[in-house]
Design a binder for this molecule. Structure first.
Ligand code: F6P
Length: 365
């Protein structure tokens, strides 16, 4: 593909995440202001690439976006053009239709595709790069579990929402002498649970990285009761599991690149603690509230940095790469390295966990 850039495409794939709109805004503004490029937004992720569903983006259409949650380009977290459900002779069959995507990119005169997404979306981004498309990838997930970058936008907002939920659960827990359990997202990584648990003053934090013994959590609750605190607040990452048990699966979405949806461990923890401690227990599953709505100020800045750094990579011709944040510097890594790398997990012996233990937070280990 030619590398003189006149027109770029941008799309969002996978689950939405606070900060997507600010990235779209940053890429579009930088592309237009600094380079005079035209910008095409592909709608609905890879589905839109297949359907040739696009919209022209300019300063007007991307203004007023900074504080808005979701993605103005819409998203899809199922569609993979390398394994896509199409109708053939009256039957629905999976086929590799990626050539249609490449053709549409060519026909639209797109010189570089900016693809914003998580694992699944970026795996396809790598595969399009292998087919010769000039791809610049931008990582996205509230879970903060991508190994190649230190922090993803959306994470700070999700932690903020979960922290506020904990503050609210504290007062109702205290009023009713209850155990309140908050289940947060994060898949197999406990970053949201750990950060929100510390910020929200949880009594116990249960992480996917530290299988828990429920009796140790119950002991913490009993110790608090002995000190006159007849209520407790617990945060549970959705991927947490007991030492002698398994993760709780909410749903299997067959045609998704990442079919397992976790959820429900909070209910189990509440039920088990009620039986062991005698206090009434309630569980709140925070769910998609963590992903919706306005990005925090820190995520607005971070997503703008990702967007501007992505354009810089394209100007330098560094295609097939993903923008990263390393320490306080924007950097990049090859999609070939990024995809398939083990996800980034909480270190059970790391400083944050040790610090939390020092102030009395229990992890059930
Ligand atoms: O990866 C982001 C995430 O929000 C996870 O934290 C969560 O497990 C999953 O996506 C939920 O996916 P869906 O939107 O398909 O329910």
């Amino acid at each position: 593909m030619k590398t003189t850039i006149k027109r770029i495409g941008i799309m969002t794939g996978g689950g939405d995440c606070p900060g997507l709109n600010p990235v779209i805004r940053a890429v579009t503004k930088t592309a237009i202001n600094e380079h005079g490029w035209e910008v095409i937004g592909i709608r609905n992720g890879y589905k839109g690439l297949y359907d040739n569903d696009w919209v022209k983006l300019d300063s007007a259409s991307t203004s007023g976006l900074l504080h808005k949650g979701g993605t103005m380009l819409y998203s899809s977290n199922k569609d993979n053009l390398f394994h896509y459900l199409v109708e053939e002779n009256g039957e629905m069959v999976y086929k590799d239709v990626s050539d249609v995507g490449v053709e549409n990119i060519k026909n639209l005169g797109i010189d570089v595709m900016f693809i914003i997404g998580g694992d699944g979306t970026l795996t396809s981004a790598r595969d399009f790069a292998r087919k010769g498309v000039n791809v610049i990838a931008i990582p996205k997930t509230i879970d903060n579990d991508l190994a190649s970058t230190d922090t993803t936008f959306g994470f700070n907002t999700a932690v903020g929402v979960a922290t506020e939920a904990l503050d609210r659960l504290h007062t109702t827990a205290m009023s009713h002498h209850r155990i309140m359990v908050l289940e947060v997202m994060g898949r197999y990584a406990g970053w949201i649970a750990l950060h929100a648990g510390i910020a929200g003053g949880a009594d116990a934090i249960l992480l996917p990285e530290i299988p828990y013994d429920i009796h140790k959590v119950a002991k913490k609750i009993e110790d608090r009761k002995a000190k006159g605190k007849n209520f407790s607040v617990i945060v549970v990452g959705e991927g947490a599991k007991p030492v002698d048990g398994e993760v709780v699966v909410r749903e299997i979405i067959e045609d998704s690149p990442d079919p397992i949806r976790l959820g429900g461990i909070g209910l189990k923890v509440a039920h088990d603690l009620e039986k062991l401690c005698g206090n009434e227990a309630r569980a709140t599953i925070l769910g998609h509230l963590q992903r919706g709505g306005s990005p925090s100020s820190s995520d607005r800045i971070l997503s703008t940095r990702y967007g501007v750094a992505a354009v810089k990579l394209a100007v330098e011709g560094k295609f097939g790469n993903m923008v990263t944040l390393k320490g306080d510097q924007m950097s990049y890594d090859s999609l070939e390295n990024v995809i398939g790398r083990k996800s980034k997990n909480v270190n059970p012996n790391g400083e944050l966990v040790e610090m939390a233990k020092s102030i009395g937070i229990v992890f059930g280990d």
